[in-house]
Each structure stands twice: as C-alpha cells, then as structure tokens.
Write a protein that binds this ligand. Structure first.
Ligand code: PMP
Length: 348
C-alpha cells in the first residue's frame, strides 16, 4: 500500500507540478525543480532516520537484488571475506550472489527450523578480519525480524532493510551500510535506497562496472545517469507524510499496535496459528496458517470476496501472510481480525 494522502497529492500534481505546466514525469533530471525534489527527499530521509553526517544517501536502481552484488563488489576490499547470517529466502540469495566475489561464511542460520526464528549472533562468532557482516533485518517471506542489532565488534554491519526500513526507530550509526528496495515502505518499485558510511566508498576494483560502484553515485549526488525521477518524487511525498505523522517514533507505535492486534488474535485462536517463534516476530509481515491447505485456500478466497487483498502466503511457504507495512492503517488490521473471527466461527 501507499498512504492515500500521498496518492491524492500525486494525483493533484500529476499533470502540472508546481505550476511548471509539466508533470514530474516530464521534468529533466537536471532541472531546478527536480533538483529540489531529490535534495528534499534526501534531507527528509536524513531527518526521519537521523542519519549521521558521515553517511551518504544514494538513490539507485536495480532493486535490493542488485545490492546483493554491489555490496560484495564494493566492500570485499581487504580480506575478501564476508560473514553472512542466513535467515530466509532473501538472505540465501544475498549469500549466493556474494560467493561470486569472495569467501563467504555463514555464521548463523535458522534453516534447520524452516527459518521460523532469528538465530543468535554474537561478536565472538564474527571473523575480525571479515570485510563486513550481512544480515536481513526483516524477513519478508518468513515473517521474522531481528529484535536487536547484533554487535559486530567493529566489523562493518550491512543490512538488507527492504521490508522494514522506516517502520521503527533505528540507530544508523550501528551500520556500515543499509539498503532497501523502495516498494514496501518508501514508494513505488524502481528506486533503491542505500545509506552508506563514507569510509566504505571508493574501494571497488578497477573492473567494477561504473554503475555498480557506490563512488559513482556518491560523487554525482545520485545523478550520474537519469535516476527514477518519479519514484524519487513519490518517496519524497511518503517521507513528508511520515514527518507529518510524527516521524518514526510515532510510526513505530502504530506499527506495534497493528502487529499486537493480529498476534493477540492468533495467540488465542483455535484455528489460526503463527509459525514464527515468539521472540523473533516481525511487525511488518505476519504469516499464519489454518489446520489444512484446503482451509487456507478457502480463507484467501473468502477474504478476497470481503475486500481483503493479498493475503496468500509467499509461494515458497504457503499459508497466509498479512503484510502490514507503514501505509496499512490500524483499521485494515482490525478488519482482518474481524474477518478471521467470522471465518473461524463459520468453519468450526
Ligand atoms: N530483500 C528483501 C528482504 C525483500 O523483501 C525483497 C523483495 N521482496 C528483496 C530483497 C528483493 O528486492 P527487489 O525486488 O527490490 O530486488
């Protein structure tokens, strides 16, 4: 979802942005109006996340999947070794990609239990020589999330935050690099946000493609080539919406309330269950199952008829999944819980 006020603002500005007689889609990325949009978006993100001055904010393309390659390409610059935590499908893809560029060690994994928990990660597990440690803070498909940021003892921590960036307050200074595809909490697909500590920029090998070198985007203010201009504009509107709402502190409160509503219901339901260990639960993606695949299918079908969309679990795990990103209002989760109660009574 995108916040409705954001879509409505975009609608009012669609054909004539700031009295320019043009749509944002028609503006040159070198125009003054677009410069204001991209610098404004960056400043808002910096304010929202309290990003320290020694970090660069980059707006790039290629999705989080491209970061699976850019991270090792740019950061494997000394020992060429990296430590990864394997917490699900997206971690696995990140690991597979990194292996093309260096020596990858999986220091902790929850694969033994279907990725239903977050394994413990302590600084003693980390190779002090590693160029970085990689985690996926929120596991979109499995519905788990790190509850604490691991202490990596000075080794730069890299985080895929695609599905929980901006959902709660975090301390950016604990990370060397944060990346996220925009399409969950930031805006429409096509934009990828990278927040990188300055000392980690500029170490890519000569052979690194120009577009995959963080330095290229850092030195050009994300304007080396034509960036996804409309996506950046939409991100700016989302950041403004978040600021107006009261920032990440307030967003986190709302997100916790939504998650508690659904987990609370799951905890007492005779039909539905969460497959995720209690101490590892995500507040963004909440998978749940009924006792049978037939009931799961009936649930998804009847929910859709009742106007509750996109509840089918990811094809790799089945069951159901409620993705309750920032833009999902409390009322949306209340409607889901009400529907689940009725479904449970009907199919008891
Ligand atoms: N990492 C995580 C945690 C994700 O949720 C996703 C997308 N669902 C990706 C990576 C892949 O992102 P993209 O499609 O932007 O490449």
């Amino acid at each position: 979802m995108l916040p409705l006020p954001v879509l409505e603002k975009a609608q009012t500005e669609l054909v004539n942005y700031a009295d320019s007689g043009m749509s944002v889609m028609e503006l040159s990325h070198r125009s003054g109006l677009f410069t204001d949009i991209i610098t404004g978006a960056e400043q808002l993100l910096r304010d929202l996340m309290n990003i320290p001055d020694n970090y660069k904010v980059l707006f790039v393309q290629g999705g989080a999947s491209q970061q699976f390659a850019m991270v090792p390409l740019n950061l494997l610059s000394n020992s060429k070794k990296a430590d990864y935590v394997n917490t699900g499908s997206w971690s696995k893809k990140a690991i597979k990609e990194a292996k093309k560029y260096g020596e990858v060690r999986v220091i902790a994994s929850s694969e033994d239990k279907n990725f239903s928990y977050i394994p413990e990660v302590t600084s003693s597990m980390i190779d002090p020589e590693a160029d970085y440690v990689h985690i996926t803070t929120n596991n979109t498909i499995e519905g788990t999330a790190f509850q604490n940021i691991p202490d990596t003892g000075g080794v730069p921590l890299v985080a895929d935050m695609s599905s929980n960036i901006l959902s709660e307050e975090i301390d950016v200074s604990k990370f060397g690099l944060i990346y996220a595809g925009a399409q969950k909490n930031i805006g429409p697909a096509g934009l990828t946000v990278v927040i990188i500590r300055e000392d980690l920029i500029g170490h890519a090998p000569e052979s690194c493609p120009t577009m995959l070198d963080y330095k290229t985007h850092s030195e050009s203010g994300s304007l080396y080539n034509t960036p996804p201009t409309y996506g950046i504009y939409m991100a700016k509107l989302v950041f403004e919406w978040l600021k107006e709402l009261g920032g990440l502190k307030e967003m986190e409160k709302i997100n916790r309330k939504k998650a508690e509503l659904l987990y609370g219901f799951l905890g007492q339901s005779a039909m539905f269950q969460s497959p995720v260990q209690e101490d590892s639960r995500s507040i963004m993606n909440i998978p749940f199952v009924s006792p049978s695949a037939e009931l799961d299918a009936a649930f998804v079908k009847e929910a859709k008829e009742a106007g509750l969309e996109t509840l089918k679990g990811h094809r790799s795990v089945g069951g159901m999944r409620a993705s309750i990103y920032n833009a999902m209002p409390v009322e949306g989760v209340e409607a889901l819980v009400e529907f689940m109660k009725h479904f449970e009574e009907k199919h008891a």
